[in-house]
Design a protein around this ligand. Sequence first.
Ligand SMILES: Nc1ncnc2c1ncn2[C@@H]1O[C@H](COP(=O)(O)OP(=O)(O)OP(=O)(O)O)[C@@H](O)[C@H]1O
Length: 874
Amino acid sequence: MAPTPSSARSNQTQFTLIRTPQTKQRLNFHPKTPNPDSSKDHHLPPPEHPVEVVGRIRDYPERKEKPASILQVNPDNQTVRVRAEVGYRDFTLDGVSFSEEEGIESFYKKFIEERIKGVRVGNKCTIMMYGPTGAGKSHTMFGCGKEPGIVYRSLRDILGDSDQDGGVTFVQVSVLEVYNEEIYDLLSTNSSNNLGIGWPKGGSTKVRLEVMGKKAKNATFISGTEAGKISKEIVKVEKRRIVKSTLCNERSSRSHCMIILDVPTVGGRLMLVDMAGSENIDQAGQTGFEAKMQTAKINQGNIALKRVVESIANGDSHVPFRDSKLTMLLQDSFEDDKSKILMILCASPDPKEMHKTLCTLEYGAKAKCIVRGSHTPNKDKNGGDESSSSAVILGTRIAAMDEFISKLQSEKKQQEKERNDAQKQLKKKEEEVAALRSLLIQKEACAPNEEAIKEKVNERTQLLKAELEKKLEECRRMAEEFVEMERRRMEERIVQQQEELEMMRRRLEEIEAEFRRSRDGGDTVKSVDETSGFAKRLRGLYSDDDMVKSMDLDMGDPEPVRQVWGQTAVSYQPSNTISSNLSDVLQPKPSESMSCNQMYPDRVCLSTVFEEEEVEEDEEKVIIEDKSICSITTTPVPSLNFGGMGGEENSFNITDDKESAMSRKMRIQNIFTLCGNQREMSQHTGQENDQLLPMTTNKAEALAVEEAKENNISVDEGNNGQIDIYVKWEATTADNPRKQLITTLRVTKDATLADLRKLIEIYLGSDNQAFTFLKLGGPCGAQVAKEKESTVEATSLPFCNGHAYLATLRPGKSSSQLRSLTQASPLPLTPIENKMQFTTPISKVTQKHQVDDELSSPIAAHLSSTPFITLRRH
Ligand SMILES: Nc1ncnc2c1ncn2[C@@H]1O[C@H](COP(=O)(O)OP(=O)(O)OP(=O)(O)O)[C@@H](O)[C@H]1O
């Protein structure tokens, strides 16, 4: 494939594919217009191509990792494509063979065997190995140990197997070497001259020959009919070739080797030419003047052969055969009509060798275009004149040229198409690059925006942080204020408690004084003493000097009394000290917080722990006296139904089937006792009947009394000589809209209402709420005069529900005091009471004590406003 000048120009301007230094040496075809006489060409014989070109691509069996091949063969096995990083070039040859797939034997059979048969019958054939050093020329020509090369296979084919054909064909074989533009006879040795470097050792030298005409003069030949013997000789003399280690080949042939095999009987001739490597000086890595000269002279043969090929192909009148010894010896091969040339292009698939491979294929493509020229006149065998013969030849050449030109044009079109595709792809890629670039620019433009956003976020964060800190500071200040306020409130409470304690102490002193008076007094006092269980009790206690008397509001509770109230919790420490520790305030102890959290999961709890330990000893004594008389508990009323106390019908749980017979009996006994007392009281006083309440406010109580009368059963006075008394306010009045269960007291069974009053007054505290007892036993209740209270026993009160006595209090004139009593104090502490108004938590407490659901609500309503006190014994 030789580009036309036009294509070469287009390559320069449009193609940047693959260029070689040899481009300038390309055939310079003149553009030709279509031959007007081309119509006449159809009778011309097809153009004769004396040179056929096949490619042999070597293998690298010794390499473990083979590089990707740059050579690719089309399915027609004639076009080899050289792939570069960008683009490719196709070369159309007469055949391509990969030594990896086809060994020497199959290559020989495919491309050479037929020609050798022609030689045997008188044809002339020249087989040239062309290619860069190390491409496998010698390997293909002479073979290796396992595979004999073309030389030995040709000999065997021409002479036949000596054992079978023995001497049918006779051949003469000359072996020449062209080195440094000199011809040497490798079959002859000259023992006298020693030419030095490169020559065989042992004193013998090669014989230099002169060229006479187109042949080497006086060349030695070996003749014979046995291929084996001749092959052995050739093997021997082939080793005399000058070889040298180069960068490209460890045993590089530095000379051209020609084996000329004549078959004189038929006039056949076979010329086998193993050319030296076609590399240039730099590639050969030769240094020094002599070495460079040597490489230059080796190349001289190659260059001369190229010129000859181009000249023949161009149809030049002069073909420079005489430019080198090699071309002089090959002249016959090109000029003889009977001679055919087979050029084997050896190439490497290694990408590193791409440049050499391209040069080799370009050279082969040129050689393939050679047609018989005018300088090889083919005498008209039919006796025609020379001019007509020349015209035929010229016509043939023109046809060949036209064919070549059309081929190049189609290649050019193909390449232009590929170029357009490549340009389109390039444009597409450029667009992509432009898009990416714009994206990049956009991103770069966005970068400052991100910075601005970050800055804003930082600013906002700082602002929020400052606000947060401000609010935190505010909260801290509020907490401190709150703590301070609580502290002050607590202090006030403490003062108040101290005052109350003082008042209690004074009251106890009064009681004590009364007690002394009763002890020291006459018969009048004695009667009081007999009737007053409380005084009796006091006397008993004071008569025992060994008894430890103490007063402690927290009587024996293993844990301090805790009342849940409000939304905060304060831990109140003994000795009137206030724990104002903020952490204590805001973070209650785990046990406290747990109880609080269970009851008020959504609230912050404040628990009050109230302990009085440093109370004066005298006060303690009095309290112990009180304790011995009664105990006030916060135990919820078990089954007392206060549903009817708000005006609705009372519904004591008298139909409870589960009530034990014992408790029923006790209740009936109690009612009888009450009834008896009522009658007794009426007889003694005579005034109470006048002051009977207009109606019994509690039907259940009346019912219980009647029941007791009917059954005539005495009441059992409770456990351990103590009885429980429910203390409640009378029915609803305008002043007192709610019924109030005040508390439950536990007193000795011989306690009088006067004793009860004292306890209730203590319980009610400094408010000193005025009240009178209502004695309910008959159909109507009656007020008990205050002065008569000491004569009326607590057991004369109505007995309710088999559990406790009911002390109903009628408020005195000071209803405002009652109101204030019923109103819950928001403050946690009063001396011995806590006024709670939290329905929900109290109802929870009552549920905890398993009060019926029906009862829980009204009881909770009462309990929520009922002051509690817990007194325990030490
Ligand atoms: N097809 C092949 N398969 C295996 N080995 C090969 C092949 N071709 C060449 N070789 C090996 O490569 C090395 C070089 O080959 P060779 O001498 O034939 O190259 P060359 O073209 O003759 O080089 P030079 O021009 O320098 O003489 C040798 O060792 C040879 O055995």
